[in-house]
Ligand binder design. Structure first.
Ligand SMILES: [Fe+2]
Length: 253
């Protein structure tokens, strides 16, 4: 089954991801071996650090540079440009279309790892009213989500989709049970690599999908794959309402 990665830092020299065209090709080759044939290139963008124009120019230049080498590489993958936008309340009133995944209304948004902006659900809802489809990056990495996973239900209700990192699922054994439970409860729409380099968050989508298949069943795995394919094309997958968890003796069940 063809897989899509909606979150990656494969573009060379734009952010803290790939350092060179060679490293980018290495990451793409690893993804290809993992049967990932559609990839969103989503470098970090922060309203407070850069102008949107500056960012887009730098990103597009890197894409051209990678494209030239990619053509000769023998790899056949489909790539689209996007961004991973650091959450700001400005999002509600900014024209964010240029930051969306090419040809779609999909906007990848990340929060500060430890701080949940109380107005976030409201801002996300405002975005959806303007036709934007928010996708929240690596939801399992936020302290506030691990402390109360039901927060994801609020974000989903506001109209956002949710993404989990493949490496978190495969490599962070301490929280693996909780992360798998989030998937079973319908709180996670897609898995992505968020790959930065072969060592910092290597692309592990294949291994993560195998784990989901084994622990949550084939249907859950197929749903995650299908959702990512649909979002990459610009569609909006339908999904069942997530089931909230209950805290029992300090554990979310
Ligand atoms: Fe990222």
């Amino acid at each position: 089954m063809t897989m899509t990665d909606l979150h990656s830092h494969i573009l060379p020299g734009v952010d803290d991801g790939s350092k060179s065209v060679e490293m980018s090709l290495d990451l793409l080759r690893r993804q290809y071996e993992d049967k990932v044939t559609q990839i969103a290139l989503t470098p970090h963008f922060n309203f407070e650090k850069q102008s949107m124009q500056e960012f887009l120019q730098k990103r597009n230049n890197a894409a051209r540079e990678l494209g030239l080498v990619f053509q000769k590489s023998g790899l056949v993958q489909r790539m689209k440009l996007g961004a991973e936008v650091f959450y700001s309340s400005q999002l509600a009133e900014t024209d964010v279309k240029p930051l969306c995944l090419t040809g779609t209304q999909l906007l990848l948004i990340e929060f500060h790892p430890a701080y949940y902006p109380t107005e976030a659900a409201d801002v996300l809802y405002q975005l959806t009213r303007r036709g934007i489809v928010p996708l929240i990056a690596h939801v399992e990495r936020y302290v506030f989500v691990r402390e109360d996973p039901n927060l994801l239900c609020d974000l989903i209700e506001a109209g956002a989709y949710t993404q989990m990192n493949a490496t978190s699922l495969v490599m962070h054994k301490k929280h693996q049970k909780l992360f798998l439970r989030m998937i079973r409860r319908g709180m996670i729409d897609v898995l992505g690599t968020d790959t930065h380099s072969p060592t910092k968050r290597p692309p592990k989508l294949g291994a993560a999908m195998s784990l989901v298949n084994k622990k949550c069943g084939e249907n859950a795995m197929r749903q995650l794959i299908k959702n990512a394919n649909t979002l990459f094309k610009g569609g909006q997958p339908s999904r069942p309402v997530p089931q909230p968890m209950r805290q029992i003796l300090g554990h979310w069940m």
